[in-house]
Design a protein around this ligand. Structure first.
Ligand SMILES: CSCCC(=O)C(=O)COP(=O)(O)O
Ligand SMILES: [Mg+2]
Length: 256
């Protein structure tokens, strides 16, 4: 289907590599979390949220591997030990839920102080505006926690984009390369899967979304991983959101 003829009721956007540069996520956000995790854990160690995250981190499969890599692991978990494990997970870019929850809490302090401003590509605010004016809904599905998603769009370099967004999904609905996650999202949105258009930089995510019946398009932003010839042949690939400015609802009926 030509991009100009495409119709959808919901545009479901990924963040890293789609609305936002990979370098911002890795070189700014992940670095901020790396540098501030120990301070954050020290100050919140006795709090219920941190206690739950620390417990959940110890259930991550890589925990025993990390412990075994240390010459003298402590007898009891402490701030330094968990901070080291968090940095280990960040360096491996593991999209595990307790890490993502913790990162969101750490970033909240950076956004509140003004040290962090969320990067969005220049075509993103106009696309959000155009889709909302055409009656489409915009939802977000990222490995970043829902709280972190609200921060990046609420404190973006283009201002507060959060009013354009109707729904947020993170790894609580499942892994981004699993069909079941997209089945879950369609059910939660109460929409037919084919009326949802998913935009992502990762072919495995596009494949999983299509298996669930969603439409999917790949973004090839500057700095994204190169696609193979096969991936280019089996996907529609666009450089930015501009070709999707003509996106319309399937009927002239406005959304309820
Ligand atoms: C919510 S901004 C940080 C995004 C993040 O932590 C991440 O791992 C990016 O994953 P995505 O699913 O957006 O590619
Ligand atoms: Mg991505």
């Amino acid at each position: 289907m030509a991009t100009s003829e495409r119709v959808a009721k919901v545009v479901l956007v990924d963040i890293e590599g789609t609305t936002t540069s990979i370098s911002f996520v890795h070189d700014v956000l992940f670095l901020y979390a790396r540098e501030n995790v120990e301070k954050y854990l020290r100050e919140s160690w006795e709090g219920d949220d941190t206690k739950q995250i620390v417990q959940d981190l110890q259930q991550v499969p890589q925990f025993s591997e990390y412990k075994a890599s240390l010459s003298a692991p402590p007898a009891e978990v402490n701030v330094e030990f968990i901070s080291g494990f968090v940095r280990y997970l960040i360096d491996k870019d593991l999209k595990v839920t307790p890490l993502k929850t913790l990162q969101g809490l750490i970033w909240a302090e950076g956004y509140a102080s003004g040290e962090l401003k969320g990067h969005v590509y220049e075509d993103v605010p106009e696309a959000f505006q155009t889709w909302c004016s055409a009656g489409l809904k915009i939802a977000v599905y990222s490995s970043g926690s829902v709280a972190a998603q609200k921060l990046i769009f609420g404190h973006s370099i283009a201002g507060n984009l959060q009013p354009h967004l109707s729904a947020h999904f993170d790894t609580h609905v499942g892994h981004k390369q699993k069909q079941q996650s997209y089945d879950n999202i369609a059910k939660l949105l109460k929409e037919e899967p084919q009326e949802i258009l998913f935009l992502t930089d990762i072919p495995g995510e596009a494949d999983a979304a299509r298996s669930a019946g969603l439409q999917a398009i790949i973004l090839q932003r500057p700095g994204n991983a190169a696609l193979t010839d096969d991936q280019k042949l089996s996907n529609e690939v666009i450089p930015d959101f501009k070709p999707l400015h003509t996106l319309k609802l399937p009927t002239n009926k406005p959304q309820a």
